[in-house]
Design a protein around this ligand. Structure first.
Ligand code: NAD
Length: 247
């Protein structure tokens, strides 16, 4: 993959797997994360394996921060072919117990952050006459998740935004798609399992394919959308959830 990929939230979990996978396929990667040391660790790993990566600190909820990140990325690699909006966060609490500050945080990171990066990166892709935007949504945004109500709304917003933006961008040869992971085995889930032994086994029983997603399952799907083979796919939401959602 002879491309420059910018991945937000690239320092951990699914984002880290995406950075490593696209680098392994030959892409030059910008590992962008709120926590610079995590982005640096992922970049170092990629470079030690012979790949090309640059860490950049960013808070996707701050428009100015996003503009500075994109400027830095453009200065280093001169172009951005693939934007992966992966940074995300959710609380776990019932809607009636939740409050406005959590709603703002969930909407700002999961939805507004995607608007900021797209607003900044799309003009670059338009100049190039080519680009791919891949938004990491969630099955919560497709079917809804109890105790993650506002997160579900924000991720549902990402899915609708993806479709509408895909229509506007098609004439510029830019595709916009989203991926909805099911429950994925990230460090956070392993932490939850240590507090609640048996949680993973219980969740696995709900999945037709009888296992939870590995971060690499999501990364593989990003590669499909990011590759030349995916050039004719736009405005789609692909559930990568072992069959929990079947459209
Ligand atoms: P994670 O917490 O392991 O990683 C998220 C990364 O985003 C972290 O490195 C964090 O520092 C970074 N980040 C957080 N806020 C940021 C901000 N404001 N600006 C920049 N970076 C920020 O999470 P994950 O489980 O790997 O999730 C990745 C994406 O996948 C998220 O969008 C999440 O909503 C989505 N998702 C995850 C699951 C799952 O089960 N893990 C399921 C469905 C969807």
């Amino acid at each position: 993959m002879d491309r420059v990929c910018l991945v937000t939230g690239g320092g951990s979990g699914i984002g880290k797997a995406i950075c490593k996978k696209v680098a392994n396929e030959g892409a030059k990667v910008i590992v962008a994360d709120l926590l610079l040391e995590k982005a640096e660790m992922v970049s170092d790993e990629i470079r030690s394996e012979g790949g090309e990566a640059v860490p950049i600190q960013v808070d996707v909820t701050q428009f100015l921060d996003v503009k500075q990140m994109v400027q830095k990325a453009e200065n280093v690699f001169d172009r951005i072919d693939v934007l992966v909006n992966n940074a995300g966060w959710s609380s776990v609490e019932s809607f009636l117990e939740s409050n406005e500050s959590t709603w703002d945080k969930e909407i700002d990171i999961n939805l507004k952050g995607v608007l900021y990066t797209c607003k900044t990166v799309l003009p670059i892709m338009m100049k190039q006459g080519y680009g791919k935007v891949i938004n990491i949504s969630s099955e919560a945004g497709v079917v809804g998740a109890a105790s993650k109500v506002v997160y579900s709304a924000a991720k549902g917003g990402v899915i609708s935004f993806t479709k509408a933006l895909a229509r506007e961008m098609a004439r510029h040869n830019i595709t916009v798609n989203s991926i909805s992971p099911g429950v994925t085995k990230t460090p956070l889930l392993n932490e939850l399992e240590s507090g609640k032994p048996g949680l993973i086994a219980k969740l696995e029983k709900l999945v037709p394919l009888r296992r939870l997603a590995e971060p690499e399952d999501i990364a593989n799907t990003v590669c499909l959308f990011a590759s030349y083979e995916g050039d004719y796919i736009t405005g789609q939401t692909l559930s990568v959830s072992g069959g929990i959602t079947m459209n």
